[in-house]
Design a protein around this ligand. Sequence first.
Ligand code: NAX
Ligand code: K
Length: 506
Amino acid sequence: MTDLITAAQMRGIELAAITSGVVTGLELMERAGRGVVAAIFEEWPEFAQSGGRAVVLCGPGNNGGDGFVIARLLREWGWEVEVCLWGDPARLPPDAKANYERWCTFGAVHPLGEPVFEAAELVVDALFGTGLTRKLEGLEKTALALKGKSAAGFPKVVAVDVPSGLSADSGRYVGETDVDACISADLTVSFHRAKTGHYLADGPAACGRLVIEDIGLDAFCVPEEAVCLAGPNVERLQKRGDAHKFSHGHAFVLCGGVGHGGAARLAARGALRIGAGLVTLGCPPAAILENACQLNAVMLARVADGAGLTEILEDSRINALCVGPGLGSRAETRGLVRAVLLARRASVVDADGLSAFATAPADLFEVLHEACVLTPHAGEFARLFPDIAEHLSAGCTKVDAVREAAARAGSVVLLKGADTVIATPEGRACINAAAYECAAPWLATAGAGDVLAGFITGLLARGFAPYEAAQTAAWLHVDCARTFGAGLISEDLPEVLPSVLRRLHG
Ligand SMILES: NC(=O)C1=CN([C@@H]2O[C@H](COP(=O)(O)OP(=O)(O)OC[C@H]3O[C@@H](n4cnc5c(N)ncnc54)[C@H](O)[C@@H]3O)[C@@H](O)[C@H]2O)[C@@H](O)CC1
Ligand SMILES: [K+]
């Protein structure tokens, strides 16, 4: 599983390496610069053969130091290189200053903003990296100059560590920096491990492509509280040859009233396809006929109200519940959610099941327990956790926000998005990023969230722990969308799952 770290964790790892005496800061900077040049040539092999003209923009910290190394190495490869510096060379930190002075023996350093090559093939953004702490001002001119690409797509823009202006932690532009004034890269080259900001919020769009270069820090371990990229538990997804339907659990999905059953039917279909042994849809008596007309393998049960549900749940074989998709804002909704949660089974609370508590979130938290998964989208999240949503808008990372929400709820929380974040009350967290080579733009379609809720419920029925179920389901959900591709609608997601599972199981 790929670990992601924060800027502070990266500084800790770097410091541990330097104080151990195995490597100097100067050597790490050299490796970083070398890594960037190698990644550039890997991305555009023609650059290694022909040389060209490059502009390297260096900032006032060690990110700028990497820039001076890159300038020197490109020059060694026969490139004509112009270097610009933002700030006062006398105030550069020691390693950056050493590389600045080394570069000065080869060429000039222009103040940023001075005219440089009109037609460069390559621009290296080494202005700010993990040390950016406040809103960037004055970058506008530089960034705007970079926006004008030729018809052939030049100059290619390479960001060192992170595109300047973007927070390496939150993936958002620091201090409400004007997005249009920031640098968007074609390629971002970072070091040791990807940072959370490369995968959250605006990170993927700003980074272009992301390459992580090894700079020899593997002996200095990743901190325990590192976040990882979500991945499926492939082994647990397999079904044993001697199993029968009851060994894969019984999922129960609650359904809305007449004419509102689509969402719950999608969830039920998802739960069945992902391998729950049995799936039952519980609907109000008036909606039985509608649902009976549309379901075959999914069974049906009448659920008039919370009391009726409690009675059904006396059957202890029902081991996973899904409440919320299409449930509507009926007066009984809260009662149904309470009945589900008081049954103390593994449960997914989604959509209307969450919104029903918008005016009294504490009533929901009171009955939630550790076998639950909440699956809000951003709006539902803000209704349940208004103060945490405010922190999020103020620049807190989505990972920290979801961790805080999970701790408050005492349940796993999955906050949806192209950068879905899943966290446990104890602080484990992962990001399921539909970004870079895993981008899934067709997943933004009505009902996709209902299928996700169903996938999680099905895995809970199969005995997956809540965090593992959420992570595996979120990953499969994106992979189904990518496998289907253009034209995807929600109904396709469960239907494409078998081919995804077959591929996973090789
Ligand atoms: N951590 C590591 O292990 C390594 C770090 N390296 C490089 O070092 C970078 C981090 O270096 P630094 O910590 O010096 O940070 P940066 O180089 O990102 O920037 C820090 C400087 O920018 C100033 N600054 C911050 N926000 C500003 C703003 N809005 N406007 C104007 N000035 C602002 C700070 O006062 C400081 O002078 C990494 O991104 C990476 O490129 C590499 O050399 C290799 C190893
Ligand atoms: K940068």
